[in-house]
Design a binder for this molecule. Structure first.
Ligand code: NAP
Length: 286
């Protein structure tokens, strides 16, 4: 199992692409604040920015990257295809719009944001996911995207997608935090060489008041946020914490100077129902 060793040390995806450590999340960062927030994150040292067409802030991400003074190839940008753009042609069109908004001529990682599910699409869900993925494969083979992946897929969706495709997803970005450990999906992905990225790694801040996490943080002289992130990286997961505050951006990077014991990993992993969204992809209506 690969694990993160520093803010910028890379993990290696199944196609050999390097993905720099700890990502910086931008969900719910308002468009008008995104330029400043991402510019600060790049100054703090983040080199991996996670956005999505849904977030409405791709322009701010792209401008912050261009104005950073850093080489484009030194920054890893992820965006995601929203659910209303599924299918081959719609995916192609949505990708072009994302590229225009970001103002870049290639994307590092593009993800299917959520799988089409049977609740909404019945037997057509599998076909729709395969069609969307076929567009991803073509964009990848044309060199417009360095790596392709999915988000919010559970093993049942992954089994179908892998059976229906030429290229296996390189990443699955799922909600993982203390209280929502997603062990089954993590084990499946790691067995299939699919890197797991954790969204809401702090449980949208709701995991931070848990007494067990607070106690473990005090033992190491670290903060609850740092313990949540450390718990993720010790499982070989790449977390994507979001904050618009510079102090917290820095705090969230200081997770490489302590190590949780196996017992602490297990205790944190046994917590349930702490914060985040805890949505089951087969049950959502969007
Ligand atoms: N693929 C998907 O479906 C999906 C879904 C959701 C999110 N994501 C991605 O994952 C990223 C992270 O998820 P998230 O933003 O939902 O949740 P998160 O990172 O778990 O939590 C963000 C919240 O925690 C606060 N926070 C951050 N650092 C803190 C610290 N050190 N101490 C105290 N509070 C802190 C932030 O507040 P302030 O900003 O006010 O500091 C914000 O309210 C997103 O931004 C997005 O890029 C993906």
């Amino acid at each position: 199992m690969q694990t993160l060793t520093s803010l910028t040390a890379p993990l290696i995806l199944s196609n050999g692409v390097k993905i720099p450590g700890l990502g910086y999340g931008t969900y719910q960062t308002p468009a008008k604040e995104t330029y400043t927030a991402v510019s600060q994150a790049l100054k703090v040292g983040y080199r991996h920015i996670d956005t999505a067409s849904l977030y409405g802030n791709e322009e701010g991400v792209g401008k912050a990257v261009r104005d950073s003074g850093l080489a484009r190839e030194d920054i890893f940008i992820t965006s995601k295809l929203w659910n209303t753009d599924r299918g081959y042609d719609a995916t192609m069109a949505a990708f072009e719009k994302t590229m225009e908004r970001l103002g870049t001529d290639y994307l590092d990682l593009y993800l299917i944001h959520w799988p089409a599910n049977r609740k909404q699409y019945g037997d057509k869900a599998r076909e729709l996911n395969a069609e969307t993925w076929r567009a991803f494969e073509d964009l990848y083979e044309e060199g417009k995207i360095k790596a392709i992946g999915v988000s919010n897929l559970t093993p049942n969706h992954l089994e179908e997608l892998i059976a229906d495709s030429k290229i296996k997803p390189m990443v699955n970005q799922i909600e993982v935090h203390p209280g929502w450990p997603q062990m089954e999906t993590i084990q499946y992905c790691q067995a299939h060489d699919i890197l797991v990225e954790a969204w809401a790694p702090l449980g949208e801040a709701a995991s931070l008041n848990n007494e067990i996490i607070v106690q473990i943080a005090a033992k190491y002289g670290h903060t609850p946020a740092q313990v949540c992130l450390r718990w993720g990286i010790q499982q070989g997961i790449l977390p994507l914490p979001k904050t618009v505050h510079q102090g917290r951006m820095e705090e969230n990077t200081k997770i490489f100077d302590f190590e949780l014991t196996d017992a602490e990993m297990a205790i944190i992993g046994s917590l349930r129902n702490l914060g985040g969204q805890c949505k089951v992809p087969d049950q959502v209506d969007f």
